[in-house]
Structures are given as structure tokens and as C-alpha cells.
Design a protein around this ligand. Sequence first.
Ligand code: DOR
Ligand code: ZN
Length: 442
Amino acid sequence: MSGNNDTAVLIKGALLYGEGEPVDVLVADGEIRRIGTDLDAVDAEIIDARGQVLLPGFVDLHTHLREPGREDTETIESGSAAAALGGYTAVFAMANTAPVADSVVVTDHVWRRGREVGLVDVYPVGAVTVGLEGKQLAEMGTMAAGVGAVRMFSDDGHCVYDPLIMRRALEYANSLGVLIAQHAEEPRLTQGAIAHEGPTAARLGLAGWPRAAEESIVARDALLARDAGARVHICHASTAGTVELVRWAKSQGISITAEVTPHHLLLDDSRLETYDAVNKVNPPLREASDAAALRQALAEGIIDCVATDHAPHAEQDKCCEFAAARPGMLGLETALSIIVQTMVEPGLLDWRGVARVMSERPAAIVGLDEHGRPLEVGEPANLTLVDPKASWTVRGKELASISNNTPFEAMTFPARVTATLLRGRVTARDGKALGAALRGGS
Ligand code: DOR
Ligand code: ZN
């Protein structure tokens, strides 16, 4: 798997972090070899990057790849292609597969399959509890010690709702040096809930999911993490109240981090007017004031990073009555453009900030040392090239995912990923993912 036999790549005229004068970047043997002007390299693949922004490859802490079990909706291969096209060089594959990733057999399989496909580093997330049932801790130590070296555990899709189990999980994770990521949803408060509890859901007759269902778990877990001296990560923060709780916890020195999805930054519950289940997601789309608070918190660093919660679903599970539909939406291929629209264009983040929230912070949260690195000579060549002037219209059927449940259908967005490099190999270029077979290697 080493990059030694690969062609060198010469990126010509890119703006590092969108700043300064254009430079050439020579990539060889999996790392950044030279940065300068007028670089030449015999036999190198040339990428004309004039006017484009070079960033460290993106890291997604929250992806559902559906393999094993629902390969009709996504596979590690198709999801890896979507990730590479979206500018990602590392993704964390959530544990709610079938069978559940609550054993080293499953987590190691996910890791190995990711390596075989070779488009993105797929890190398996292990389940916190057996079968995601919230009753008995899974064998976290065995999964952490496997080939896949699980470094993050989550019952995502379900909340680790029992406070004693959560406390034990945090203590155990602390001794293993791994992270617990919580899907914060108090289950009694969300029984039968399908939409954000507010005026829109009331008018449309949809059973409401209160903000307190999320916020009460965020507050509880901050306190449990404080007492255990452990770290906790909050998945898909969706309310202004969660922002304030995370702000408070950080001010107390509690080791808490949080992610936000592109869809919670951009969309709100006014989207539900059509009853189209493509807009159904957990946690639900909230109100415009929540989205505004999340954008501000991401700019300030209270919310640490962007994570997609890429959640492919089959047509029959989405094109049905709202209450019966599965929650979730695609996210990998649209994430960068939505961050540009919601954060860069309004002046909330510059390109350095994009590198921070999409690459450096997520890599640091899980302790990756190969990803989220500075754009410097000698660093691993995990890179994303973005055309900031491009604009494109989303068509679900044209996305690399097997499923096409995107809420962004027919919407036009700014900026596009034009190339992604994983350890110096081009994994996506000009809208095409370049799998191992196409590259003529393993
Ligand atoms: O909308 C969601 N979909 N939220 C989750 O927590 C799980 C995910 C899925 O697996 O489809
Ligand atoms: Zn979740």
C-alpha cells in the first residue's frame, strides 16, 4: 500500500489555504516533497490549479456506509467514492450496520475493506453497547486492539441513555484512550417524534421532538465527563441551547467537543411544509434561529467541527409517508459547498477556518496523526483542491452514492472539490473517483 511506486503529482499554481501568492506543490512517495514557484518534474502528473485553493484533506467523524447489511443503499466502495469526491481523505464509519459493529470481527472487516478500496481511510466506529441496545457495554478494548484500531465508539442512531452505562463507558474509554461520541436524544422525550417540536410541526400535525431531548443529554454527559475526567464528543448538535451548554462546559474545563452537520447549518423546519421525507433527519431540522446560533458557534470554535452524518437510504424508505420514512440524508459530496455558502460567503470563516473545521479539528479530536496536517514539506500528501469560483447544481442521481436521498436536489451551490489526494495518490479528479483498479494499483 505504500506510495513508493506511484507517479509524482505536480500541483501548479495553487493558493495554500487560499492565501498569498500561487505556488507549485510537488507530491511524491506519499508526501509533500517541495513547495515553490516554477517547479518542474519529469513524468509527474500535472494538475493545473490556477485560481484554486489547496487545503488539507477533509476528515468526517460521522459517516454511515451501510456495509455490512444494507449494501443496497451504500457500500464501503460507493461511500468511499462519495467521500473522495467530497474532498475527504478520512471517514469514520458508524456502527449501526447489520450486524452491528460491536465486535472486532466487524470493525476489522470495515477497516480492511476500506483499505482494499483505497479511496479514503475508513476508520471503523465501534458500538458502545452490545447491539446498540444500551444495556451492556460492548468489548471496546478488543475492538481498540484490533487491526482496525478503533479509536471512537458510538451507538449513533441511538442514545446511550442509561446514565450508569454512559458513566462506565466514559471511564472505560478514558483508560483505553478512546473517544465516546454521543447521539444526544433522551428516548422518552422523543417517543413517536418525527419533527422539531415547534409551530411548524404543530401546524403540520407532526409529532414533535423537543430541544430538551437533546440538551438534557448534553448537560448530563458534560457532568459525567467532568466526574470521570473523560472526554465526550457530541454528535450533530442541532439547537441553540446545545451551543450554550457546550460553551458552559468548555468554560468549566470539561473535555467536551461537538460537531455540526452541513444540513443543520443551512436548512430549517420550514422545509417540512411539503411533507417530503427527504427532509426527515435525526436530530430534526430545527428553527432558523438554531441554525444561526450553530453557524456562529462553529465560527467561534464552540462547535469544533463539521461532520456530515451522511445517511443513505433506499427509495422505498424515503418516498413514503413522513411518519414511516427513515431519518437521514446524504452529505459527503455536498458538505464543502454548503460550508462555503453558509460560513465562507457570509464572512464567518476564511479558508484557514475551513481547514480547521473540516480537517484539523476533527483529526485532532480522534488523534489522527496522518490527517489534518499542515501544508508543509515532509507532511503526508492528504490534500483537497477546491475551485472557489465554481458553482454546481446538485442532482441526486449523479452523486456517487448508491442512494440519492439528498435534500439539496436541484439547488445550486458555490465552490467545488476538483481533486483529492490520499497519500499522494489522486483519488478524485474533475468529478470522477479514481479507484485502485483505475489507477492500475492495489
Ligand atoms: O438521521 C439520522 N440517520 N440520524 C441518525 O442518528 C442515524 C442516521 C442513520 O443511520 O440513518
Ligand atoms: Zn445520530
